[in-house]
Design a protein around this ligand. Structure first.
Ligand code: IPM
Ligand code: MN
Length: 354
């Protein structure tokens, strides 16, 4: 029996109830030949408030070398800020850069029973993955912008090595999907030299993947195309900040960011989380939507080599939504709350699979 050691970061606001819901589903799907052994890690905005750091150095080390993967809830609280006034993704900054998790994988797919903000789309029409560079780009200046209250400048950093590795990931991902085998490089290389380097390096990587079609789109045109013709996309790769913005745009086209999972993946470890925030205003009120967190748990199983179980979770989520056993409001809340949603998904695990 293979034992995977998994760190749990429950997070702030609605984080703990979402992680509980994901654990309910994981508990029902796993067990065939492997176990998930959890270790709790105290991290996030509340941790920062209590201890002065969003994650202790020992815990960062545990996440780096002591676990096979991490399942993380959303973090952040509106009144917890760094001394420079930014929230700066307190924990995201520490973990994404600190653990060198250079690829932020953000699948965007339309589920049944979910209303797309776009008219006329069925499940299957929208099914692409944004590969967001996760350690440099405009976020490289996180907490380091220079200036005063009249003018500040942040730095957008693109390195050849950083771009090579994230583009390779994107092409490998396109190769592994049975969709279009296409990578779209999104940038603003007509204006920014840093993005021109990104495009140049992506072109070099593309030469090594002749079986994958490559296309290049300026970011403004890409934003338009993701709304007008999302069915044409397969894998998109882009600089950090563009990936942040366009993944929320993508989320809006598939029922909202509350259903969107992500994986922050490096060469040695990875953590999995929903792309939305911690919504402290609705915490504990039975309104939080755990679908993004549950789908993040499914991505974690894929990563651990249990893609069959990851797929079982995705099928159960789709089945529960299609049957109306899980209902998502136009505002992105889940009727019945996280406990009921997790139970409905678990009951579909048995119906749809095995
Ligand atoms: C995300 C989030 C973070 C980011 C925030 C919380 C700093 O929006 O994961 O997309 O901008 O990366
Ligand atoms: Mn974001």
């Amino acid at each position: 029996m293979r034992a995977h050691k998994i760190a749990l970061i429950r997070g702030d606001g609605i984080g703990p109830e979402l992680v509980d819901a994901a654990l309910t589903v994981l508990g029902a799907v796993t067990g065939d030949g492997y176990t998930l052994d959890y270790v709790e890690v105290d991290a996030g905005a509340d941790t920062y408030r209590r201890t002065g750091t969003a994650c202790s150095a020992e815990d960062v080390e545990l996440l780096r070398t002591g676990v096979d993967a991490t399942l993380k809830g959303p973090v952040g609280l509106p009144d917890v800020r760094l001394p420079d006034g930014t929230e700066a993704g307190l924990l995201g900054g520490i973990l994404r850069v600190g653990l060198d998790l250079y690829a932020n994988i953000r699948p965007v797919f339309l589920l049944p029973g979910v209303t797309s903000a776009l008219a006329g789309h069925e499940p299957g029409d929208i099914d692409y993955v944004i590969v967001r560079e996760n350690t440099e780009g405009l976020y490289a200046s996180r907490g380091k912008g220079v200036g005063n209250r009249w003018a500040v400048s942040d730095t957008l950093m693109t390195t050849r090595e950083g771009t090579l590795r994230v583009c390779r990931r994107a092409f490998e991902l396109a190769r592994s999907r049975d969709r279009g085998r296409k990578v779209t490089c999104v940038d603003k290389s007509n204006v920014l030299r840093s993005h021109a380097l990104f495009r140049e390096v992506c072109t070099e990587v593309a030469a090594g993947f002749p079986d994958v079609t490559t296309e290049f789109l300026y970011a403004d045109a890409a934003a338009q195309a993701l709304v007008l013709r999302p069915e044409e996309f397969d894998v998109l790769v882009m600089e950090n900040f563009l990936g942040d913005v366009l993944s929320d745009l993508g989320g809006a086209t598939v029922g909202g960011i509350s259903v969107c999972p992500s994986g922050n993946i490096g060469d040695h470890t990875a953590y999995f989380e929903p792309i939305h925030g911690s919504a402290p205003g609705i915490a504990g009120r039975g309104l939080a939507n755990p679908v993004g967190q549950i789908l993040a748990a499914a991505l974690m199983l894929d990563h651990l080599g249990h893609a069959g179980d990851g797929e079982r979770i995705r099928r159960a989520v789709a089945g529960a939504l299609a049957a109306g056993h899980v209902r998502i409001t136009p505002q992105g809340a889940a009727e019945g709350g996280p406990v009921a949603v997790a139970e409905a998904i678990v009951s579909h695990l048995d119906k749809e699979n095995r």
